[in-house]
Design a protein around this ligand. Sequence first.
Ligand code: PAF
Length: 298
Amino acid sequence: MKIGIIGGGSVGLLCAYYLSLDHEVTVLTRRDEQAAAIQSEGVRLYKAGKAFNAHCSAGTAIDSGFDLLVVTVKQHQLRTVFSMLERIKKTNILFLQNGMGHIHDLKDWGADHSVYVGVVEHGAVRKSDTAVEHTGIGAIKWSTFKHAEADRLNAMLQHNHSEFPIRYEMDWYRLLTGKLIVNACINPLTALLRVKNGELLTVPAYFSYMKLVFQEACSILRLEDEEAAWERVRAVCEQTKDNRSSMLVDVTAGRQTEADAILGYLLKEAQLQGRDAVHLAFLHGSIKALERNRNKVF
Ligand code: PAF
């Protein structure tokens, strides 16, 4: 199958490497230099101290020649991608963003494409324009969102690479909220308190903040099994105890964070439901203030 990967960040390069083992892959980037580098060198994957190369094409224009487009850019970069996707012929589009801010946009999106959404549970760090390190083996999980018929695509995405499982899930809301609750509990607090994930479990005050965030987010999302969701949050914190969350890394690097994608979605839902969400609003306001003050010297 002809697959276009939109975005040349860590997730884009990771998907490009593994999917190119079975498919004809083109990486679609914003910058000409990155497209030129991938076109001449391919994509390199580092894993457990070894390097692997895959041949991929690259370009900067999104056109109608793909059976599947995988959108890997961050949620705050989606606006320009949407307008480009509106100009191409009907195809399959899989959105792999953190958070759920894009869900409000996708619901209102008039384009006729078959739309799928998914989550990435791998650890990956971009090393250069053409290289990515696979730091943690997880899975890609995806589901049908609208106008979509997943059976054919699911069959075509089956493969035997145990380090890059791709799993189809029946319920997109369950899939995305399962990850959102984890990111909502861990990322903003670690970014604000400047601590590694594990400290949310070991410092009693931080643990109680996390529980407050969990309770608020849970009631907004109307999760079916709150106990299982809390267990998952604790388990991810424990498994990633020595990691800095992606939001802490973004704040430290002075980059825009995924606060709108994660907390913004929850706050908008709370507003639609006529609920207060004081802890989430406090966290969202604080992270946005850090983003605005990123160049400030004290
Ligand atoms: O965004 C992140 O950093 C990760 O999804 C997680 C699971 C919170 C671990 O750091």
